[in-house]
Design a protein around this ligand. Structure first.
Ligand code: ADP
Length: 405
């Protein structure tokens, strides 16, 4: 089965075509500057990357150009649109309505739209992307895979805020968590690597990228995660503050004479390791600056690691013990020093860090000693593959259902 994976932002659209039988990526790319002018990047696996400008007044034109490129007689990977058997869409916020991936019927899309105010920046573009695909591929099944779904197993004690309960009842203000597709993929792969069933182990997944989150996965089910109503909560991130005293917002707005929106912009876009260091949100730049003696870059790196360590401690207690602590995403997979800064402090939990084993990037591997009671690992995430697997599972079920009827 050939599956088109779509990840739609307000002015961008990432795509991949995966052959689900072999899990081989046939082609991938990106549309940027949708609604402005339009740039398409395309890479057929094994061939040179192509990049060109093409008018993309809206997402429909972007999807249309992607399909045209995928069918290109010279560089394409399909001959006709019918070869795409299903489309898997990355959806951001499913609120409390979606605890798993689902076929995107009109009723489902209306339900997703009903929680748009929980993710006003992220949900509308994904719905626009789905509508564009439906228009161009009206008979192809579409599946939505939600960033929030895996975290829906969190108990009330973990998801409820210490706010008047009526706000939860009236507005569904609670903790949701994000990066769920990644946390699920990585925790399941960890169980496989350890030769255990997910039900039999407790795993802490540290998804450390530009946006970072950490989750406690007890017996295969998420019981807590660091992001909240929005992705702003929890760890210190590239440009997001993570947990702060909410009073900081009022205090800064008054002192700096900022509106609420302007203050939120500071907390989302100008804070995190960028805000602390004044150097960059990229950990490569921070590592270089710290090595040259930049004190604020060092504080940013230390504060980032310290926050991760605190969450690991909390989640170990929340689960009543941990079997494996796993690093993933851009920083988790590639930043050897940041991994070391965190992992070195976990000895008290029974996780013995192996400095020599830690010297690798971008692949699976153990970074704990062979005898370590608690295992430390790096497991690269693959959200597109996870979306592809869910899409196939749902579409295959559909076909079987249809045959059954
Ligand atoms: P997101 O998907 O949230 O945009 P990623 O998971 O792609 O983020 O992670 C991006 C971050 O990973 C970069 O900002 C950078 O800090 C970090 N990163 C990537 N490669 C390296 C590397 N070789 N060394 C250190 N950090 C790296």
């Amino acid at each position: 089965m050939k599956v088109l994976i779509i990840n739609c932002g307000s002015s961008s659209l990432k795509y991949q075509v995966i052959d689900s039988d072999t899990e081989f990526v046939l082609a991938k790319g990106l549309c940027e500057r949708i609604g402005i002018d339009g740039v398409l990047t395309y890479e057929k696996t094994g061939s040179e990357k192509i990049k060109y400008e093409a008018a993309m007044p809206a997402h429909k034109e972007a999807v249309s150009l992607v399909l045209k490129q995928l069918m290109d007689p010279k560089d394409g990977v399909i001959k006709s649109i019918d070869e795409i058997n299903a489309v898997g869409h990355r959806m951001v916020h499913g609120g409390e309505k979606f605890a798993c991936s689902t076929l995107l019927t009109q009723e489902v899309l209306d339900t997703v739209a009903s929680v748009n105010d929980l993710a006003p920046l992220h949900n509308p573009p994904t719905l626009v992307g789905v509508a564009a695909c439906k228009e161009l591929m009206p008979t192809t099944p579409m599946v939505g895979v939600f960033d929030t779904a895996f975290h829906q197993t969190m108990p009330a004690e973990a998801y409820i805020y210490g706010l008047p309960y009526e706000y939860y009842e009236k507005y569904a203000v609670r903790r949701y968590g994000f990066h769920g597709t990644s946390h699920k993929f990585v925790s399941q792969r960890t169980a496989e690597i350890l030769g255990k069933k997910p039900e039999d182990i407790n795993v802490i997944v540290c998804h450390l990228g530009n946006g970072s989150s950490i989750s406690a996965v007890k017996g295969g089910k998420c019981v807590d995660t660091s992001m909240g109503l929005t992705p702003l909560e929890g760890l210190i991130m590239g440009t997001r503050s993570g947990d702060i005293d909410p009073t900081c917002i009022q205090f800064l707005a008054q002192k700096e004479n900022l509106t609420l929106d302007e203050t939120m912009n500071v907390i989302n876009k100008k804070s995190g390791v960028l805000g602390i260091s004044g150097v960059s949100s990229d950990f490569r730049d921070l590592g270089d600056a710290a090595a040259e003696g930049n004190e604020r870059a060092q504080i940013a790196l230390d504060a980032f690691a310290y926050r991760v360590v605190k969450f690991i401690g909390a989640y170990t207690v929340a689960m009543g013990g941990v079997d494996a602590i796993v690093f993933t995403a851009g920083i988790g997979e590639n930043d050897i020093s940041t991994r070391a800064r965190i992992a070195k402090r976990l000895g008290c939990l029974g996780a013995e860090f192996d400095e020599a084993a830690n010297n690798f990037r971008g692949k699976e591997g153990f970074i704990s000693t062979p005898d370590s009671k608690v295992k430390l690992l790096v497991v690269p995430t693959n959200e597109e593959l996870a979306i592809c697997r869910d899409t196939v599972e749902i579409v295959t079920g559909l076909v079987e259902d249809a045959v059954g009827k």
